[in-house]
Write a protein that binds this ligand. Structure first.
Ligand code: AHR
Length: 517
């Protein structure tokens, strides 16, 4: 491959990353909660039933904010079922995942788990089968100090201090026919506005995200955001985006190109929300909450075992086993999010444990890191700071990505995909410049030269690569470290110029130390 040239300049920044860009998601889905982060009786469980082995991996993964309790689940959830004495909590049918919900784990347990993990909680309210009244009552239960029935109920349940939850989602994927009580944009916009008003009257310090389209392939995408924001504009700070990358077609080149469609999706949503602001002559900028993103295709369709018969408790569903190829597409998504740090102020990897997750567990047994764990941990721990505008001059290839919309298949032609995708982050305090670099060429190494201006005489701090000759390689209970970052050799740094040769189909992280603050 021809040499790829990248230029960055210390003074050309996209924006500062918001800590919430590095979030994840816990849904009552399969073994995410039960047998995942919560398993009383597990050899590593603490007094609250939280698996310490999972907590250790979560700390290493370093998500900053955690969305809960759904997802599709929230659209049928009565939050009251999950608080109070555990032996009095009802067992209910969960129509989202066709399973039985014991309610042994609920809002208070989730808050305790977040505190143990050092993570900010984010709660979603049910705007499917319930309404603004249930939502404002949950805000009062969680955030009001005391001397009202609901805040005193929380205190009586054993949580004397308010939970102080700041970030709230107004429902989930309300445009999706798979959702309990799907809505039109008009219906949802009205309902979300009334819920938002009351929730903020209870606690004016909270921030709210309205549901955007549940995907870019939805037939109503665009019109949905426009109508929903016409209603909610004055009441919300964020609009949500969801994307799951897939390789149904078995076309690796197209799959690795697919994160570029996340870039387009973000740009399009920014254009729509800013058009709503322009119509109102408003300087308010609605920010983006990309609160579900991941790779997901092996366990997505009903025919692929998405649900299990017999209404089981915590069934082993959506337990996608990620391989090396998935980790590359996933890394591309991390780069897309970083390169939109100015408008994507929150993002959640969906999900955290077992169900489409970076962490896998065996019930009663060990926990291990899936392939996608590693790019996320690097993104979260090394991606904080000022994202710089990377000018990339790379050879390109053409691909056509396919994305399902229900039973239909949509084709997205991508005529000029740069083989090399880059994000650069400057952590001024730490004097570190971190480059996240994906080489999407499947069989050729990428010679790369990076011109980094304004940092003085950079020195190499660390260079890591993740690659495997077998793109289908996975991590399993038996071989938990088969796919992981290893040292990248041959990186040269001279007079602000960095040169390296990146392996074919590789994810690379290069960290440079600047003498100047
Ligand atoms: O993350 C899995 C599911 O995907 C979520 O419950 C839903 O919001 C989305 O469709």
């Amino acid at each position: 491959m021809q040499t790829v040239r990248v230029s960055i300049d210390r003074s050309f920044a996209i924006g500062e990353t918001d800590p919430r860009l590095f979030g994840a998601f816990v849904e009552h889905l399969g073994r995410c909660v039960y047998g995942g982060l919560y398993e009383p009786g597990h050899p590593t469980a603490d007094a609250k039933g939280f698996r310490r082995d999972v907590l250790d991996l979560v700390r290493e993964l370093a998500p900053t904010i955690m969305r809960y309790p759904g997802g599709n689940f929230v659209s049928g959830y009565n939050w009251e079922d999950g608080v109070g004495p555990v032996d009095k909590r009802p067992r209910r049918l969960d129509l989202a995942w066709m399973s039985k919900e014991t309610n042994a784990f609920g809002t208070n347990e989730f808050i305790d788990w977040c505190r143990a993990a050092g993570i900010e909680p984010m709660l979603a309210v049910n705007l499917g089968t319930r309404d603004g009244d249930a939502a404002r009552r949950l805000v009062e239960y969680c955030n009001f100090p005391g001397d009202t029935e609901l805040s005193d109920l929380r205190r009586a349940h054993g949580w004397p201090e308010p939970h102080g939850v700041k970030f709230w989602c107004l429902g989930n994927e309300m445009d999706g026919p798979w959702q309990m009580e799907t809505k039109t944009a008009e219906e949802y916009g009205r309902k979300a506005t009334e819920a938002a008003k009351m929730m903020k009257w209870v606690d004016p310090t909270i921030e709210l995200a309205a549901c955007g389209s549940s995907g870019r392939t939805m037939p109503t995408f665009g019109a949905w955001e426009d109508t929903v924001l016409e209603h909610t504009f004055e009441h919300v700070e964020y609009i949500s985006l969801h994307t799951y990358l897939n390789d149904y077609a078995g076309d690796t080149a197209a799959f690795l190109a697919s994160p570029d469609l996340m870039d387009s999706f973000i740009d399009e949503v920014v254009a729509i929300v800013d058009a709503v602001a322009a119509r109102r002559r408003s300087s308010k900028r609605i920010m983006l909450s990309f609160d579900e993103w991941n790779v997901w295709y092996r366990t997505r369709r009903r025919s692929e075992g998405r649900t299990k018969l017999g209404w089981p408790v915590a069934p082993d569903i959506l337990e996608e086993v990620y391989n090396m190829k998935d980790a590359l597409a996933f890394g591309g998504a991390c780069i897309s999010l970083l390169n939109h740090a100015d408008r994507v102020r929150c993002a959640c990897l969906a999900q955290l444990v077992n169900a489409i997750a970076p962490i896998m567990t065996e019930t009663g047994g060990p926990a291990w890191r899936q392939t996608i764990f590693h790019p996320f941990a690097q993104f979260s721990t090394l991606g904080r700071g000022r994202v710089l505008r990377a000018q990339v001059d790379s050879p390109t290839y053409a691909a056509t990505y396919h994305d399902p919309r229900g039973a239909a298949d949509l084709a997205f032609p991508l005529p000029a995909v740069p083989y090399v995708k880059v994000a650069a982050v400057h952590d001024e305090g730490g004097r570190i410049v971190t480059l996240f670099v994906l080489n999407r060429h499947l069989d050729q190494p990428a010679p790369i030269e990076i011109d980094a201006r304004g940092f003085g005489a950079l020195e190499l701090a660390e260079a890591l690569e993740m690659r495997d000759d077998d793109l289908s390689a996975t991590n399993t209970k038996e071989t938990p470290d088969r796919v992981r970052p290893r040292a990248l050799t041959g990186v040269r740094v001279e007079d602000g110029r960095i040169s390296a040769t990146l392996g074919p189909a590789s994810w690379n992280v290069i960290r440079l130390l600047s003498p100047e603050r």
